[in-house]
Design a protein around this ligand. Sequence first.
Ligand SMILES: Nc1ncnc2c1ncn2[C@@H]1O[C@H](COP(=O)(O)O)[C@@H](OP(=O)(O)O)[C@H]1O
Ligand SMILES: [Mg+2]
Ligand SMILES: [Mg+2]
Ligand SMILES: [Mg+2]
Length: 387
Amino acid sequence: MTIISCLRTVSKPSLISQFSKPKPKTQQSCSLVVSSIVMSYDKELAAAKKAASLAARLCLKVQKALLQSDVQSKNDKSPVTVADYGSQALVSFALQKEFPSEPFSLVAEEDSKDLRQDGAQETLERITKLVNDTLASDGAYNTSTLSTEDVIRAIDGGKSEGGSHGRHWVLDPIDGTKGFVRGDQYAIALALLDEGKVVLGVLACPNLPLASIVGDNQHSSNNEVGCLFFAQVGAGTYMQSLSGSLPVKVQVTAIENSEEASFFESYEAAHSNRDLSSLIAKKLGVKAPPVRIDSQAKYGALSRGDGAIYLRFPRKGYREKIWDHAAGSIVVTEAGGVVTDAAGYPLDFSKGKHLNLQAGIIVTNQKLMPALLKAVKESLEEQASSL
Ligand SMILES: Nc1ncnc2c1ncn2[C@@H]1O[C@H](COP(=O)(O)O)[C@@H](OP(=O)(O)O)[C@H]1O
Ligand SMILES: [Mg+2]
Ligand SMILES: [Mg+2]
Ligand SMILES: [Mg+2]
């Protein structure tokens, strides 16, 4: 049996242990190969790319036609649009359609509570029409028209709590809702957790240019927008255009001198402590001004070497959600980057919907991480002592 065919036979971790029993010689050599090779999630990745691309198509359509009346108010005051719900319904529906015989678990940002209120019927019908129109324009799932109840059911497919056992899809149907409403950057972010670890991630960034958004390259002749980043554990990170170009392998920047680095932070000032990031940048000798964009498009941009650092320091008490970082983190780590909390610990996606973090999230390449961690530590101490 060749390495490739051996890999294809292994679709569940439990099968790996079967290889450890005494076996004919060919299977023994196969078990050695399997134990040293990471599992393949090709089928899941293909489904995730398809679902996220479809959701991106829906979002693009809505963003074009966005009216202020589409914006509802949620308890946490963040705007939720018909595109958030439509995107979640589509991805949830598509994944269930792709894997009909497997248990389905989806941890996702939205739920249908507001859509079940009196007066929300018209919004629900608009979402349902959008979902049906998008499915029909693609023709991929060969499905009959969905009812409003089907759409509610699909949205509420995302009620899982996640955790350290089994498989859970993790979805942010529109990350960067504020950017979406402004007409700026946003992402459809989909990841898969297996036994608490992120094993694949897809970021559809409909407004992100294919050319670099940082430094000299930003004046490239290629002004096409719409990127799809995808990564699978052990298999690297790739980018293609949402219009379907061939994927290219991407790598984080190789910069070793922090003075040449430029850094990303949130566009929204309320999402991260800018005084702290500018103190850190100063300690590192960073000369370029911060690049401020919404959503996990920051992780996508970093994965292909636009900029070198991402700094995120929410206010005290804010709890980060796994759907805001799961897909982005594997897209960066598979491209050779490092994603940790402010104390240098890896992010733990196995504890349910939230991440338990020390102070913030920092991202850079392996060479710059030690200097970045030192600058973060010193800056946090300085800020604390000045209070
Ligand atoms: N006060 C706050 N601090 C940090 N993050 C916040 C925040 N309020 C909202 N967010 C999160 O920041 C995400 C956007 O990230 P960014 O700042 O990188 O654009 C939002 O995702 P949604 O837009 O999906 O709600 C939301 O989950
Ligand atoms: Mg939100
Ligand atoms: Mg989000
Ligand atoms: Mg969101």
